[in-house]
Write a protein that binds this ligand. Structure first.
Ligand code: UD1
Length: 419
């Protein structure tokens, strides 16, 4: 298991490219199961979660070819097994995204239940309830979802909670259903819109993605296409916070500033000078310490839960005190105890963290517990005095492409050591 060693104290400077969005690439790869012809997906980030998805599709018998541009061509005509095993689903919950497409296209699917995870119980009841409303017969037995449907039928699906992968699973299933499905209280995340755009390029008839009501008019078949995944807004936000907490000045390119409005507003509130272009963001902190800024997470377009841990670190080193409320997941403060080991002053009460900024953090060994928590520890390492050793970084490799290379390009002293 690799570790990262970070020597803090360097203001980040320079320019880096943002990779394709993990949370768009995963549903788009699952959507290839719906197509009659090969689908080529470009701007795919090199991440462990992508490897896991490719392994999952490969085990089903799907043919995957990576070309010289690192685009992935997926051909599902060779599929032989409509099965997602526990060993893969437990390592990546987004594997549940194959359920809707398999059921809609092939009339059956057996997918492991994901179980709990480090940030909460994360059930998939809304995925299942939606598919049942569309006429699927679903039994949950021995930890597996067994789903069957001769032909899915359109339904009006009013979601009890805003769920990103739930919206995506049902939207994919509805593309081949009979009639027009309405998904109300749908997730509005840019990744949902990207998936809808890809499905439309495959011949689907989806409108309203990006609003809270999505209409999907079912079609008989979907075709192959070539689609490039949108940039990763969470990776973008993470590097901007890295610059802000180190008093640095960086530019990130190949990103989409419009997807990051709430994050940019918070960075400005913290004292950063932020200038945006069409596809780049420039953040200059002019050597200053950030000011504390209150955070409350909520579904898009509000402040993303996937940026909460990084802004916790920002507040840990900021001037003043701030309150951080997590409303999306029940247990997403695992990073707090690790940050305390570096000298952070944080009190936890239920789903709220009260943070008082400190002038200095001191290095210590810390342990990553989930993807975004590990990012917050790497950020803390960039400002802590001494060598911070971050263990269990397989979590970070699930969602950040070459993090040590990108940070090193910005001047950080960071290295990966195999253990
Ligand atoms: C997705 C993102 C994840 C992000 C999260 C919230 C992907 C691959 N992952 O996860 O990075 O943190 O959105 O923005 O896109 N819920 C239920 N029942 C369900 C489904 C969800 O109760 O059937 C609850 C969850 O426990 C959670 C809330 O709804 O409290 C939102 O979760 P959801 O949007 O579904 O998260 P994911 O799609 O798993």
């Amino acid at each position: 298991m690799d570790k990262l060693i970070i020597t803090g104290g360097i203001p980040l400077q320079g320019e880096i490219r943002i990779s394709g969005a993990k949370n768009a690439a995963l549903p788009i790869l699952a959507a290839t199961l719906l197509a009659d012809g090969p689908v080529k997906v470009g701007n795919i980030p090199h991440l462990q979660d992508i490897t896991t998805t490719m392994e999952l599709l490969g085990r089903m018998g799907v043919e995957l070819v990576i070309d010289e541009c690192m685009d992935i061509e997926v051909d599902c005509s060779t599929i032989r097994e409509l099965f997602a095993p526990y060993e893969l689903v437990k390592s990546m919950r987004a594997s549940i995204l194959v359920l809707g497409p398999m059921l809609a296209r092939f009339g059956q699917a057996v997918v492991s239940l994901p179980g709990g995870c480090a940030i909460g119980s994360r059930p998939v009841n809304l995925h299942i309830e939606g598919l049942v409303k569309m006429g699927a017969e679903i039994d949950v037995e021995s930890g597996y979802i067994h789903a069957k449907a001769r032909k899915l039928k359109a339904a009006r699906l009013v979601m009890d909670l805003v769920t990103v992968t739930g919206t995506e699973n049902l939207m994919m299933a509805a593309t081949l259903a009979e009639g027009t499905t309405l998904i109300e209280n749908a997730a509005r995340e840019p990744e949902v819109v990207d998936l809808a755009n890809c499905l439309n390029a495959m011949g689907a008839k989806i409108s309203g993605a990006g609003s809270d009501t999505i209409a999907v008019e079912g079609v008989d078949r979907l075709n192959g296409t070539h689609y490039d995944v949108l940039p990763d807004r969470i990776e973008s936000g993470t590097y901007l916070v890295a610059a802000a907490i180190t008093g640095g000045h960086i530019r990130i390119k190949d990103t989409r500033p419009r997807m990051l409005e709430t994050v940019i507003d918070k960075l400005r509130e913290a004292g950063a000078e932020v200038v945006v272009g069409d596809e780049w963001i420039d953040l200059d902190m002019r050597g200053r310490r950030p000011c504390a800024t209150n955070i409350r997470t909520s579904p898009y377009p509000a402040f993303p839960t996937d940026m909460q841990a990084q802004f916790t670190t920002l507040n840990v080193v900021a001037e003043g005190a701030a309150t951080i409320s997590e409303t999306v997941f029940e247990n997403r403060f695992m990073h707090v105890h690790e940050l305390q080991r570096l000298g952070a002053d944080i009190q936890l009460e239920g789903n709220t963290a009260f943070v008082r900024g400190v002038e200095r953090l001191t290095a210590a060994p810390v342990m990553a517990t989930d993807l975004r928590a590990s990012a917050s520890l790497v950020l803390a390492g960039l400002v802590a005095e001494g060598d911070t050793v971050v263990d269990r970084i397989y979590h970070i490799d699930r969602g950040y492409e070459s993090i040590e290379e990108k940070l090193a390009k910005l001047g950080a002293r960071i290295r990966r050591v195999p253990v």
